[in-house]
Design a protein around this ligand. Sequence first.
Ligand SMILES: [Zn+2]
Length: 479
Amino acid sequence: MSIQFSRIHWRSAGLSAALIVLIGCAVSPQQEQQIGAENAKMVETQIGVERSHPLADYVSQVGQRLVAQLDQPEFTYHFAILDDPTPNAFALPGGYIFISRGLLAIMNSEDELAGVLAHEIIHVSEHHSIKQMRSSILPSLVELPGNIVGGVVSEDLGALINTPISAGNSLISAKYSRTHESESDSLGIALAAKAGYQPSAMADILKRMNDVVELELEQEIEKSYFDSHPYTPERVAAIQKQVPEISVTSSAPVQPSMLNQLDGLLYGPNPAKGVFKQQVFLHPDLDFTIDFPAQWHTMNQPQVVAAANKQQTALIGMTMADPQFTAADHAAKFQGMLQQRYGYDAQIDTHKYAWGGQSYSVSLPTEVKGVASTIQQQWLSYGEHVYQMFGYAPNTQLDLVDSTMKSFAPLTDKARSSITSLHIKTVSPNGSAAALMKQSSPAVKPEMLLILNGVTNQEALSQLPQVKILEEKVWQKPQ
Ligand SMILES: [Zn+2]
């Protein structure tokens, strides 16, 4: 759950209206640009982009240098850093290119950055992105009882819960065809070489991304570059085969050291979006914690934080409600809707929290997978926001929904100081590899540190002129 999400219009989850109309039709460059712009805005609100870090300017400069080598570009190109810890990059139609901070973190040269950006530029210039969108579908995460999706709790909420994890947009989770991939690799490295970059760097970064995926497989990768860009060793082989045929235009890089540019970059999850510590969700920027039931599967998405039991017969989620209305108003509106639409007389229960807040909740009977269950909705004002909590559970487990809702509390100073973030720190090694490893946060495996630096053993690490290590800091709310 990120701080921006109160500004999201719920109905924007999923495909944009313009896109739905255009699926299956011929699309003009103007329409492509419009579709890209609308969806880029959604990506920005739902996932977030990094604008303040100096790296944002740098990525744009490298991108524009590549664009300058295109013959008669049809679009104006935009480059942005996505607030996503997994290595990822994608292009939306009309010239909107995103690269994740997780992918930047594993880069070691401007040539690698240029290789990835050039690949994405080709997806746009060859109109792959618009073609790929037509075959995309919205995946779903949890099965919701029919009456939740259909009406009682609202379709919007259903769409929200089933928004793809960490993507928020079906466009970036669809696969390109093998033909489009090879074409982007081949034309991409040629474009990079024309702009003065080593084409073989694309093969290096592809291999490194694969190393990250392999190392983290056991840690449950939610989404990686390879979801939209299927990796095959053949891709690397094809690039390596093409490299000797390409002549590279000689020119100095935009910045002499990629590693200096990466210094300070956030690595791993962004605490500004809230963090889970076991079953406790802590949100340092919104100043609250909430405790979800033991053993339930938790998820933290841009617009919702939620947990479901293993059988998927119970779910609790929390989102932000429209701040124009008070918590009491929201409950009354819901009560009125139930009466008007279903002739159901619900009562509003209030609960006074020990810390002073007051919630308003409405419950109603339902059936989930043939079991008598209850839906509970609650609204609570806290800080500048109104939080909407919703849940359903078999009647025998309803106390879990209720106790979760009642566990909402302001974040204590102690809990706040337990929230940390990792940042890349660029250092010049002056000692052994072991000393370097010790300098880096133990939160990141030594194997990952090697991959980050593009080496395979500790000896090679200590011989690099500059090394990326990771520094752990107590999370500070951005000013
Ligand atoms: Zn691709």
